[in-house]
Design a protein. Structure first.
Ligand code: ZN
Length: 287
């Protein structure tokens, strides 16, 4: 069922595990993630970037597809449909389209403006029963063409944003979107700890989950991370499986060109990646 992310994240926080946000790109992605969550009895967050929303013909199309799929597939675990790195305008569009959760990323604004815009959206989400994620301090890497410098958030600014009543908070702790460079120094646990000390029970969000070693993920969860975003890893798994199918010449055998056959190995690869992450994050059986 489609729900806000509030209850699942508060439960994760109390139970010392994290809920995965897996970004979707099309029907196959959505189906693979929903079926895996149901099979493992895990709560799940479907992430949609503004670029992916545009690709899938708009947020309304996405919301209607997800709702219909939850019904048709008999998905009973909690599912949140969440805007990832939303602009102020994008957030409003998703609220209108029927998303159950949004992220407003005002991290590129001066802190005063980030506070002002976040507060306005917090009030709207509160009145509609939606969850809202805010962000402080740019996270490194690339997401829809925006390049950040691997920054580390100021814990005091995190407290200011947390106090606005957001549901969950993303803060830069040395994490990066996309592939991590070989010389990456690792997550800043000192910053994570300082942020959590100041924000109390606020569920913290770790972006750029692809390529962070398992022991660092576990430590981050123990220090207060309750939501972890995974995007690139599913893309790499899908691409590798599709490449293997074509390189083996299977699209040239019989009806191997049928898209339902051609895309099947990629779908299985996404399922395997999601399963691996849910096991690592500890959300299996927590629906
Ligand atoms: Zn992100």
């Amino acid at each position: 069922m489609l729900v806000s992310a509030k209850e699942m994240l508060n439960k994760a926080k109390a139970g010392k595990y994290a809920v995965g946000q897996f970004n979707i790109n099309n029907l196959e992605w959505t189906k693979a993630i929903l079926l895996t969550a149901q099979e493992l009895n895990s709560p799940v967050i479907l992430g949609v970037s503004e670029g992916a929303g545009k690709y899938m013909c708009g947020f309304k199309t996405v919301a209607d597809m997800v709702k219909a799929m939850i019904g048709e597939l008999g998905i009973t675990v909690p599912v949140a449909l969440h805007l990832d790195h939303g602009s102020y305008e994008g957030a409003k569009k998703c609220i209108e389209a029927g998303f159950s959760s949004i992220m407003f990323d005002g991290s590129h604004y001066p802190i005063e403006e980030n506070i002002e815009k976040t507060k306005e959206l917090v009030d709207i989400c509160e009145s509609l029963g939606l969850s809202i994620e805010a962000e402080v301090g740019a996270i490194g890497g690339e997401e829809d063409g925006v390049i950040g410098g691997g920054e580390v958030a100021d814990p005091n600014e995190c407290k200011m944003i947390a106090d606005l009543g957001v549901t969950m908070l993303a803060a830069g702790i040395g994490n990066i979107h996309g592939k991590y460079p070989a010389n990456w120094p690792g997550l800043r646990f000192d910053t994570l700890d300082a942020i959590q000390q100041l924000t109390g029970t606020m569920p913290l969000v770790l972006h750029g989950g692809t390529g962070i070693p398992a022991d660092m993920i576990k430590k981050a969860i123990s220090l207060g991370v309750s939501k972890i975003n995974v995007n690139t890893e599913c893309q790499l798994a899908f691409a590798a499986a599709t490449r293997a199918y074509i390189e083996a010449g299977k699209d040239l055998e019989g009806k191997g060109f049928d898209p339902r056959k051609l895309l099947a190995p990629g779908v299985e690869a996404i399922k395997a990646t999601v399963k691996e992450k849910m096991e690592l994050f500890g959300s299996v059986g927590k629906a």
